[in-house]
Design a protein around this ligand. Structure first.
Ligand code: MG
Length: 366
């Protein structure tokens, strides 16, 4: 029996992980955190009988300490990490230090603090993002291979893939929330529409698999059947294909690479697998993320923080679609890069970037 702690149990990843736990006798929900969905949290307590539940939006408690005590509990074997923000970074590092299996679904942790996280012992780090899980699987459930010569990250292209720049510019948040293939949370749905999500995944992959950004290629693959590919030195490409479902990477991470029956892909039902180059003009966030990946240091964290501020404003209808990339770019431009040395410095730089993003946003507020 494996005891699971879910950080962010009421979100999209968390609820799908609960379904995986319900369908696997070897997995037990030991504890969880949630942000503020009390009704769903009560339901989880009733149904799964965990030992502990922590509400992270309570102003009265020290959230950071509570999260760390969940993660470090000696009874916990696996931490499924689906919480955003710098609180999430601390939790990820302490899970690795406590020797837990860390199923990492939160990409911001690696984007902002990859330099710090990858300094820890990462033998028990398993990526849950579908692309990175695909790469991990292509490498035989490992983060490295001496013959690895690059990766190809596939992108669905998001809900605005077909549209002209002019039409995209007029799109509102509710249009961006309708994703053709994946059912996701609000923030990541907007990131998918701007393609910042793929940019964050480049940085995530760079850290996880120890690759230079120049060895990471992005290809738009609207069917979302190939979840990513690895390229070996001899020119071989190995791909992972399955129906788009987050349950598959979640189950793989929670069961320790056991294969549960999730869904079956019948090739005869597929019409075609198509590929196209991403368009940096219509989706400038992707180019900004590549720039941040190459710069390294604190720039990826700054970019991510500015993006968080801008996406929140876009969701609230305060700014337009292309203002997101403008705000991110201005914030990156007004930052002097430095190498990342500790969490305190990172938190300071993230706070500074958020202030800078909020300031530059004033020019765009409608
Ligand atoms: Mg993904």
């Amino acid at each position: 029996m494996k005891n699971i702690c879910i950080l962010g149990a009421t979100g999209s990843i968390g609820t799908q992980a609960l379904e995986v736990i319900a369908s696997c006798e070897e997995l037990k929900l030991h504890s969880f955190s949630y942000h503020r969905n009390d009704a769903l949290a009560d339901d989880i307590v009733q149904r799964y009988g965990p030992c502990r539940a922590v509400r992270t939006s309570d102003p009265s408690c020290n959230t950071s300490e509570m999260l760390l005590s969940l993660v470090e509990d000696p009874e916990v074997d696996i931490v499924l990490h689906a919480v955003t923000g710098t609180l999430g970074i601390k939790a990820a590092i302490s899970a690795l230090r406590a020797g837990k299996t860390l199923a990492l679904a939160n990409k911001e942790t690696l984007v902002a603090a990859g330099d710090l996280v990858m300094r820890e012992n990462t033998d028990k780090l398993i990526p849950v993002d579908s692309e990175h899980s695909a790469i991990y699987q292509c490498l035989g459930c490992s983060l490295s291979n001496p013959d690895l010569d690059g990766i190809v990250l596939t992108a669905s292209g998001g809900p605005f893939r077909h549209l002209s720049e002019e039409v995209i510019a007029s799109k509102r948040a509710e249009d961006a929330l309708k994703h053709p293939n994946w059912n996701m949370g609000r923030k990541i749905s907007i990131d998918s529409a701007t393609m910042m999500n793929k940019g964050l995944e480049i940085i995530e992959a760079m850290h996880l698999f120890g690759l230079s950004p120049d060895l990471i290629e992005v290809v738009v693959h609207p069917e979302s059947i190939i979840h990513s590919m690895v390229r070996f030195r001899d020119g071989s490409l190995i791909a992972e294909l399955s129906r788009p479902s987050m349950k598959q990477p979640i189950a793989l991470a929670l069961t320790g690479q056991k294969r549960m029956p999730i869904s079956r892909l019948r090739f005869s039902e597929l019409r075609a697998l198509t590929f196209e180059e991403p368009d940096p003009v219509r989706f400038p966030c992707l180019a900004l993320a590549v720039e941040a990946a190459r710069a390294g240091g604190i720039i990826p964290a700054v970019m991510n923080a500015a993006n968080e501020v801008a996406v929140e404003a876009y969701l609230a209808h305060r700014i337009g679609f292309y203002d997101i990339s403008r705000i991110v770019e201005r914030t990156m431009d007004c930052t002097t890069n430095q190498s990342l040395s500790c969490l305190e410095q990172l938190e300071e730089q993230i706070a500074r970037a958020k202030e800078c993003a909020a300031l530059s946003m004033r020019a765009f507020i409608q």
